[in-house]
Design a binder for this molecule. Sequence first.
Ligand code: SF4
Length: 314
Amino acid sequence: METPESRRYNSQADYIKEKYGVRLQKLVVDAGFTCPNRDGSKARGGCTFCDNNAFHPNYSTPDKSITQQLDEGIEFHRGRYSRAGGYLAYFQPYSNTYAPLEILKQRYEEALRHPEVKGLVIGTRPDCVDEAKLDYLQHLAQDHIIMVEYGIESCYDATLEHINRRHSYAEAQQAVGQTVARGLHTGAHFILGLPGETRKMMLDAADKINALPLSSVKFHQLQIIKGTKMEEEYALHPERFEKFALAEYIDFFIDILERLRPDLVIERFAGEVPPRFVNSTPWGLVRNTELLRMLEKRLCERETFQGRLYNAKN
Ligand code: SF4
C-alpha cells in the first residue's frame, strides 16, 4: 500500500507499478555506439564531465552480445531484486540513437527478442534523433514499452557551451517536442551543480523544465570524475562550482521539487558513482535507497510535496 510519504512526489517506481502492474528492472546494455562529441563529428574528448566507464555495471560491456549482457544482467539482479516482474533493456552508455537506422533496428530488436524484456529505455543526445528514427520508435511502441531519455544536463546555453556539450537548449526543446508528438514516453536528465550555475539559476530552471512536455525527469548532483576535464577545471577554479553537503542537497532538491509540475515523474534525484571513479566522496558511501528514505523524511518534516509552488507560479 502506498505510504503518505511516497505520495509527496511522483516516484518512477510507483509510476511503473501503476501503469504496468509490475516492477520493471532496468538492465544496462552497451550496444557499442559512440557519440558525436567523441568521434570528431562535433568534437573530440566529449563533455567535460564525462567518463562512461563510471556508469557501467560489470555485466554490460560491448564485447558481449546484447543477449549475453541481458542474460548476465538478469542473473546479477535476480538475487538482489526478486520482485522484478520483467526487465527493460537500458541502452545507456554514449548516444544510443547515433548510428544508421538499420543498425539501430538490429540492436533494439535483439534486445526485444529476449523473452524477459518488456521494452527499451534509450538514452541519447537531443541532436542524435531524426524523423525516421523517431517514426521507427513510435512503430516499436505499438507492441513494447519504449522510453526515450535525453541528456539535456542544463537549461542554459552558456553552461552547455562551457561543458562542451555541443548542442543547444533549443535543440533539446525541439527533440523533446518531436518525441512527445509521437506519443513516446520522453524523459530527460539534468545535472545540478555544473560550473557557473548559481543556486538561483538551478531553481529558475524548474520553470524551463516544466515548459518541456516531458513525462519524467532525472537529476544527479555533479560528481567530478577522475581524469576528466572537469576535474582539471575544479582544481583550478573551485569557486565556479556550487557544492552541496548531503542534507543541504536534499533541502535544495525539495526546493526544486516544490516548483516542478505535479505530474512529472521523478526518476532519480541523486546518484552515486562508484568511489574509485570520483575525485572525492563528500557524502561518504550512501546508497540510493538511503537517499530516497532521507528525501521522504525531509518532505514530511517540511510538510511539503512536489508541485506545492507550481500553481502559484503559473
Ligand atoms: S556525456 Fe554523452 S554526449 Fe557527452 S561525451 Fe559523454 S557520451 Fe558523449
